[in-house]
Design a protein around this ligand. Structure first.
Ligand SMILES: CC(C)(COP(=O)(O)OP(=O)(O)OC[C@H]1O[C@@H](n2cnc3c(N)ncnc32)[C@H](O)[C@@H]1OP(=O)(O)O)[C@@H](O)C(=O)NCCC(=O)NCCS
Length: 178
């Protein structure tokens, strides 16, 4: 399995991967919503504000992950991991963890200090994310599931408190996805 940054020629395959994977796990509505979210994040965000990675098994797209910039009030270099998908037939073989860990290493080398995500604490706990109180760092939108607000520092042992609001890219600035 090769993990690398995506090429624009892969955009439609990436969209299809998110659609099929989330349709299998969460149903058709979620599949459509997440695939459009991933596509919009990759195509409308400024180049400096987005990273997309793919896991390739030869010529086959097995997984993909998107990171978009968060802007905490103190100016820290921060990104949001969302969404991530591993094609249903490739799940539970370590592809998801490898994809996340390799991507985090690339972000760290690019000077990213903090990474946040919004999801299942049990799964993301496997790749070093911990639950974060909004008293420590605020999420960009009102959270419907505050237990799912997770973060990690790539440069120190824990996420230090940051006062003020946190911004996000337009693609992620949608109350219904939080
Ligand atoms: C979540 C996902 C990315 C994980 O990818 P993966 O390649 O299967 O992950 P890994 O093989 O690295 O790890 C799988 C392990 O995580 C566990 N796991 C998967 N989802 C989990 C969850 N929500 N909570 C706890 N554990 C979870 C699996 O049971 C498996 O455990 P095991 O190794 O003990 O058998 C993938 O299952 C997926 O795309 N799911 C559908 C879409 C989705 O939910 N995306 C994440 C939300 S944005």
């Amino acid at each position: 399995m090769k993990i690398k940054q995506y090429e624009t020629s892969q955009l439609n395959d990436i969209k299809a991967l998110f659609k099929n994977t989330f349709t299998d796990s969460e149903g058709e509505t979620e599949g459509k919503m997440v695939s459009e979210l991933a596509y919009e994040a990759l195509t409308t965000s400024d180049g400096k504000d987005v990273y997309g990675f793919v896991a390739m098994d030869g010529d086959t797209l097995a997984g993909s992950i998107v990171f978009t910039r968060l802007t905490p009030a103190n100016g820290a270099e921060a990104f949001l991991l969302s969404p991530v998908a591993v094609s249903t037939s490739y799940q539970k073989q370590g592809v998801g963890s490898t994809l996340i860990n390799v991507a985090l290493e690339v972000l760290k080398n690019e000077g990213v200090e903090l990474v946040f995500t919004y999801g299942d604490p049990n799964y993301y706990g496997r790749v070093s994310f911990k639950q974060i109180s909004e008293d420590v760092v605020k999420a960009p939108c009102k959270l419907s599931f505050p237990e799912g607000w997770l973060g990690q520092s790539l440069v120190s042992d824990e996420v230090s408190p940051i006062e003020g609001e946190t911004g996000c890219v337009a693609a992620m600035n949608k109350p219904e996805i939080w």
